[in-house]
Design a protein around this ligand. Sequence first.
Ligand code: GLN
Length: 475
Amino acid sequence: MNFKEQRDLFRTKKVSAKEAVQESIKKINGDNLNIFINSFQSEALKQAEFIDNNFDKFKDAPLSGVPIAHKDIFCTKGLPTTCGSKMLENFVPPYDSTVIHNCNEAGSVMVGKTNMDEFAMGSSNETSYFGPVSNPWNSDLVPGGSSGGAAACVAADITSISTGTDTGGSIRQPAALCGVTGLKPTYGLVSRWGMIAFCSSMDQAGPFSRDAFGCAALLDAMASYDSKDSTSTERPDKNFENLLAKDFGSLKIGVIKDIDNFGINPDVMQSYEVSKTVLSALGHELKEVDFSELSTGICSYYVIAPAECSSNLSRFDGVKYGYRASDQKDISKLYMETRSEAFGDEVKKRILIGTHVLSAGFYDAYYLQAQKVRRMIKNKFESIFKDVDLIFMPTTLDQAFEKNRESNDPNRMYKEDLLTIPANLAGLPAISFPNGFKNNLPIGGQFVGNYFSEDLLLATTNRIQEVSDWHKMTP
Ligand code: GLN
């Protein structure tokens, strides 16, 4: 069921919040794709009853009476928050993150926390300490990552909305691989307070749903100015759900020159070409833009993200919270053993790379250069947005791929993010939506917009979804 149908059933009192939650719980208990790390069934039923008993208060709220699953990166008061890591397997936060708080206020009911790559590092959900998630379309394949559980949860129809985070593509890439819609907002639109940090200058939370409508409503709930996050911005005075129907007229849409040189799979390219004809038929003008620098983003990202990761993850030392190695005689041994035992290989690799690129001898050669590339990409976007309203490109190079593919080529996984990372480097909003289907698997297309153009991204996607059916297909 899509989000709107689900919410309408609650608002017209045809289905209570409790009944909706019971239905989701039934599906969670039957899940064999490893989508959830924890589910909170009795708490969810209690919260649903509360919403039912206060129907008048919640009936017009953006997410009234709708079950939701949260990525296990958002702190939940009194309930485990693992971030996909052994390090936080038994961590129970004493407070709710702002995203959780906002979604509760908006009338949704959290049924559980979804599986993810450890500390959100990965593109396949295989780095999770709690085991990989399977793709609902084909369980031999990955769902994408790092928000793999969140995307699979909506694709498998367990909930109609879920939250994720996107540092280099972790909302858009799994959305593409699972055949759902996912939006990465402008950096600063959604508060990062209580969201476990990976790369703070790029981390941004956002919504998943089957369609643009569900994403708009969930973004309405999630976005707020938050004085507790120093990079939070004053929210533009926009109601994304109401603006879905706004006619933005004929747009200039940028398509990237020579994009076929980026190594995109022919099936993905074919869907992309078909979507371009749909955009033209809807009255938009396609304009070729030169963005050859796009592919340098990946090199910049895989220096900056590990650098910030090595700094952010230094707080996990076995002293304050989380895992602690047993029987340690002195403090350095305690740090060392704790981190050796509780971090997975990918996280360790990034801490090592990050520490290296920040070290006195290598800072100029790597970190500083990467920041220059980042600035160059931001400037390039700025000049492109003088000529076009949106940029359209595929979300990923490939469709969903086999588990364990990484073992043959460790860099191949990083290349998956080629088309998503540039928006994060520049802090721009971007949306991925289902725009094709081949080999029994979905394909995603992506719009990148200028700062705070979420309304335009959502409305343009919504218009495409009014004339196409890709987002209605279910595994
Ligand atoms: N795949 C990217 C990485 O591993 C992006 C992760 C993310 O967006 N959280 O860093």
